[in-house]
Design a protein around this ligand. Structure first.
Ligand code: ZN
Length: 461
């Protein structure tokens, strides 16, 4: 007998899936993701998985966002961890940076775990698809790459031994977080058609994310549309600061490419507020960049406005700020007080007549972090638990100083249309478990015909 349990499925983030089966009377389990609830979710404290009473054979991570990997250190040390190779490198970059903060022993330990080749097992691409993981008794796990705001994200097709199902296997598809409107999003439906349904294989159970169910009014644009919108904006604004997640490769590529389109035939430099961000971009150039030039970030420099620069083409040395004012720039900052020192000198130079344009800020993260409150259907304000007061303050202050803040973002999650498309393509025979959603009941409103009857709501513990 196999069993699927989902913990904290009725919230965005922190969802955990445990699948169990039996081999020769012994129970074996795999877990998918063990992350933390996102700020703003209703969960005050994450549930503790009963590791001793119900041990798991392995944990598989769909991608590196904190709501999926955040509690990695709570997993007992003898449990192997499966993840993407680049996802691992990105997580190592994060923990390397965090462990440099004095007294941060926790991050040093996490870094050691991530670097432990015995414990961490990465998916191997064989040129056509990722090798299947078959070493866990009772399970075969097939990782398939999906498009998400985290790079190197996966969905998992799992065959669990179960004599009650056809061929003695229960087939479960766990989508993780995904979307159809990113650069690689178009591949998802063909992957389902040709790999998931290979040789007529049917999926019994579909576990699918539904983040956008609570953001139904959010317009979903493609990454390419956003890139051209950014290029139009950068054409008018030579001095642009950017607020974007260091691990959202596709959006970083959209803005970087937009800056290059505008500067052609020259290159526009990208500046970052710290070394960590630069290293992360380097990792992406070395990995994703080897598949496509879109993901190549050249000419990336750390912000240090007073730094003296020289070149054999120049008659005199220039400070970094002078060079930035001469050539234009795209500079990544954080919406925190200490980053004011990067924006203000350009505002001052504008008022002093040294440059002819004001700097601008492009905000490319979820709007929920910087909104005082949300509105219900009647337009009445509802408390926004996800807001970040420091960020709101930062942006307000910049706008007060006359700096335009442009919101330009696209979601990392599947649109309602994409969710319906995936459900119909997967055609689950038995049940659909919505997860990563505050509104599983809205799945019934999707255009999915007969599959509506297969939706099973609620935490499945
Ligand atoms: Zn995610």
């Amino acid at each position: 007998m196999s069993d699927v349990r989902i913990f904290q499925g009725n919230q965005i983030g922190g969802c955990v899936t445990v699948i169990s089966t039996q081999v020769d009377g012994m129970v074996h389990r795999i877990m998918i993701d063990y992350g933390s609830s996102l700020p703003g979710s209703d969960t005050i404290e994450d549930f503790e998985y009963p590791w001793e009473d119900e041990p798991v054979d392995a944990v598989f991570f769909t991608h590196y966002h904190g709501d999926h990997v955040g509690r990695l250190m709570d997993i007992p040390a003898d449990v192997p961890l499966y993840m993407g190779e680049t996802a691992r490198a990105v997580m190592i970059n994060i923990q390397t940076a965090l462990s440099k903060v004095p007294n941060e022993k926790g991050h040093k330990r996490e870094l050691e775990v991530l670097c432990d080749d015995k414990r961490v097992r990465t998916f191997h691409f064989n040129g056509k698809f990722y090798d299947h993981v078959s070493e866990i008794p009772g399970f075969k796990v097939e990782p398939y790459s999906v498009d998400h705001s985290a790079y190197d994200a996966y969905m998992f097709l799992i065959e669990a031994d179960d004599p009650e199902y056809e061929n003695g296997k229960r087939v479960i598809l766990h989508t993780g977080d995904f979307r159809g409107h990113g650069r690689r999003g178009k591949a998802m439906l063909p992957v389902i058609r040709y790999y998931v349904h290979k040789n007529g294989r049917k999926v019994n159970t579909l576990i699918i994310e539904g983040t956008m169910m609570s953001r139904m009014d959010e317009k979903v644009k493609t990454e390419t549309e956003m890139m051209y919108e950014a290029a139009d904006y950068l054409k008018e604004h030579k001095y642009a600061f950017l607020i974007c997640s260091s691990t959202n490769l596709d959006s970083l590529a959209s803005f970087y490419q937009a800056a290059q389109i505008v500067a052609a035939p020259f290159r526009r430099y990208l500046y970052t507020y710290n070394e960590y961000f630069r290293v992360q971009l380097q990792t992406f150039s070395n990995t994703a960049g080897s598949f496509s030039d879109v993901y190549q970030f050249d000419n990336v420099h750390r912000l240090c406005l007073d730094k003296e620069l020289s070149s054999h083409n120049w008659e005199r040395t220039m400070t970094q700020k002078e060079l930035m004012e001469k050539t234009g720039f795209l500079a990544v900052i954080k919406p925190e007080e200490w980053c004011e020192k990067y924006v203000e000198p350009f505002v001052e130079d504008y008022h002093a007549g040294k440059i002819d344009q004001m700097p601008v800020i492009i905000y490319s993260m979820w709007d929920g972090y910087v909104r005082e409150y949300f509105e219900d259907e009647n337009g009445s304000p509802i408390d926004n638990k996800a807001k970040n007061p420091e960020w709101i303050e930062f942006l307000k202050k910049q706008e007060y100083n006359g700096v335009e803040v442009k919101h330009l973002h696209t979601s990392g999650h599947a649109s309602l249309q994409m969710l319906a498309g995936v459900i119909k393509a997967v055609a689950p025979t038995d049940e659909i478990y919505p997860m990563h959603t505050e509104h599983p009941e809205l799945f019934e409103k999707l255009d999915i015909g007969e599959y509506v009857n297969k939706i099973v709501e609620g935490d499945h513990e």
